[in-house]
Structure formats: structure tokens, C-alpha cells
Design a protein. Sequence first.
Length: 331
Amino acid sequence: MKYFITGITGFAAPHLAQMLLKDNHEVHAIIRGSNGREMDLLDILTHEELNTIVFHYGDIKDYQSVYRVLGAIQFDGIFHLAAQSHPPTSFKDPVDTFANNVQASVNLIDIVQRYQKNCTFMFCSTSETYGDSCKTTGILKESQALMPSNPYASSKAAIDLYLAERCRNGFIKGFITRAFSHTGPRRGKNFSISWDAYNLALMKTGKKSDRILPVGNLETQRIVIDVRDTVKAYYMLMNNFENGKAYNVCGDIKNVHKMEYFTDKLIEISGLKDVKKEISKELYRPVDIQIQVGDTESIKNKTGWKPETNIDQTLSDLFNYWVRKINAGTR
């Protein structure tokens, strides 16, 4: 099969590309600019895997950039992962967030429905579209009303609804994924959990002399799964989905924890002593979500998917990823 990925220089997409390549699929990806940014993917991919991907250069916010690729090459599936995905940044810059997440997505969807008649379109939405409704309604089903709590989630909800409408009215074939919290190697250090891992790695490598770990709100509750399990869900759905449907991608409710649990696990994994967690108001969101737990019966019934990676392994891989990046001087 021939697949096209957006967001290849982000967090999850390199893991997805690696999975597709291992199954001998042809992988194409688009990169904004042409300054060798793809070389950064070697922190996940091998040289052979990197050289196998067909890279296209352009900006998906620009309609012609998208058309130059999707108007010329036919694909079996498109995984649309590109986004401004950091909620705190969306409060500071909602205009850029909507340009990256709404305009770019509309460009892609319009061109796919015009020129990619046999292609399946996957839109990577987010559990953030449910907002803070879990604390009052309980476990979140896909039928739950979307009530975003930040500009990032609002931008995702817009395309979530738009793609469902396009599919329902027969203009395009596709599905939506609403991934809940996930982490692992390559997660940006401006995200919780990875921020902790990065700072602990600085301490471990001697790049940070004190043992003070700045933390945000450790009282919110999440189920956190491995990024590699998350992209496996995307891949499995690409081969078995109901047109226009949204699918929650989440772990089991028995694994819901306060965020402090993951911080403490990382401190334990690091082997560091006398680490002091220090609250930093700068790390708090203006509006936070207290708890998120998603119902996953739809994806399980459709594909048989379930998370397989133990969170201890995920956190260990994340910590060691940052140690390697810092020692290599590429953090």
C-alpha cells in the first residue's frame, strides 16, 4: 500500500512511519521547508528507514503545496497527524493554532475529495475535544458532546465535525481518532511527563547541577499509554473502520493515575536521589482538565486493538531517549 503522512517531524508520525515501513508499505511524507529537517528523525528511524521514505517539501497551510503532491500521486491512505498540538501555546497564539489545525486540514480534505477518490483519510483529533466533561458524565464515549476547553481543542473539534460531515454526505472516505494521553521517545519537552523526563535527564548527565524539578498541576488524572501503541491503533483502523466514525484511543480505566504518579515513576527510573518537586505556576494551564477516561469498545470491537506496552517501559524509554539526546548534544 502507498501511504502519505503529515506531521512527520512531530512526535507520533515517525513511530507510525517505522511501523508502516516494517510491513513493507510505501511511505511518503511532507516537510515544511527544505533545510534537512528530516535528519532529526534519526532519533527514531534508522538510516535505511529514513532513506526509504519519499519526502515532499511544502506547507500544508498553502493549498498549492498540498495540490502539488496529492494532485499528482494516488495514495491508498493519508494519516493526517500534523498540528499545533500544545494546549498552552494555543492560549498564547490561537490565530496560528487555527491556521495550522483548521486551514491546513481543510486544504487536505478538499484536495483529497477532489483528486483522491480511492484514498482513506485519517484525521488525528484529540480527547481534548471532550473538555472537562469526564468529571461529571463519567467514562467518555464517542457520542459525548464535544466541549473543548482550549483553543487547540476547539480547532481540532472543528475538523473532527467537518470530516464527519464530509464522510456522512459521501464526499470523502475516512475516520477520526481521538487519542487520549500518550507519551514515549520523541515527545516534546514542553509537554508534561516528557518535561519531567528531560529535566531528570539533565540532572543525570550533569547538565543541571541542582535537584529541583519544576512541576505543574500534579493533581489532574490521566490514563497514559505508549505512543507506539497509539500509532498501532491508527494503522489498524486504516484497514478496518466505519466511514465517518470517531474512535477513542485510550488505556484501561484501572490505569488512571494522578500526574504525580508518572513524575514519581520517572524519578525512580532515573535513580537520582533527593529530587525536590517544586510547583511552577508557569507550568499550569489557564484552564485545565481534571480527569480524562475514554471508552474504547468501538476500536476494540472493530480491530481488536488494545495497549500492550507497560507504562514503566514507556517511561524508561522516554528517560533514556532524553539522556541520549543530551549526551549527543541534540536536545
